[in-house]
Ligand binder design. Structure first.
Ligand SMILES: CC(C)(COP(=O)(O)OP(=O)(O)OC[C@H]1O[C@@H](n2cnc3c(N)ncnc32)[C@H](O)[C@@H]1OP(=O)(O)O)[C@@H](O)C(=O)NCCC(=O)NCCS
Length: 147
């Protein structure tokens, strides 16, 4: 598996992956949103296996912080270290950009994702009541990059 920057020609494949990973009414990135971020050259990375995209992560930046906006692994390839490899790249990038912290939001019931984030040292720091579709609650998590 290799990790590379995604580009505008990956839009359709990224969206196909997104559709396979999230159920219809769960929050998901549209083709337009992928295109928007790719055009702006945001930090959108893809994991490649045999020339196919098996996962992606998108990080947005602010002055002093970065936000993991989305991370997703093909359901056929989960539990094989791809999510961890993508998250590691995001953290390395945020550190290189000298950001103080990396934060994210996640559905409270998304235990696989929360376990992944905790493995990398993220801690819960707030609740987002009814933030997700169907009134699902979310939580905010943060990783301090500078102590
Ligand atoms: C969350 C997600 C990205 C994890 O990707 P993954 O490639 O399966 O994760 P990895 O194989 O790299 O696992 C890394 C660690 O995460 C944790 N983890 C991942 N999936 C887990 C699960 N189902 N149960 C418990 N822990 C899990 C474990 O700590 C794991 O380390 P270990 O294998 O040594 O136990 C993947 O499940 C996914 O894409 N889910 C759907 C999209 C999503 O919910 N994204 C997050 C919100 S935007």
């Amino acid at each position: 598996m290799i990790i590379k920057r995604a580009n505008i020609t990956d839009t359709d494949e990224l969206f196909d992956l997104e559709k396979r990973s999230f159920s219809d009414d769960d929050w998901r990135l549209t083709k337009r949103v992928f295109r928007y971020h790719l055009k702006l050259d945001r930090f959108l990375i893809k994991a490649m296996e045999n020339d196919a995209i098996s996962g992606y992560a998108l990080m947005l930046t602010r002055k002093h912080s970065a936000r993991l906006y989305a991370i997703c692994v093909d359901p056929l390839h989960i539990r094989r270290g791809i999510g961890a490899a993508l998250l590691e790249e995001v953290i390395v990038r945020a550190r290189r950009l000298d950001k103080r912290r990396l934060y994210l939001e996640v559905r409270e019931k998304n235990l696989p994702a929360i376990a992944l984030y905790e493995k990398f040292g993220f801690v819960k720091f707030g609740k987002l009541k009814g933030y997700y579709p169907r009134g699902q609650d979310g939580i905010k998590m943060i990783l301090e990059l500078k102590k």
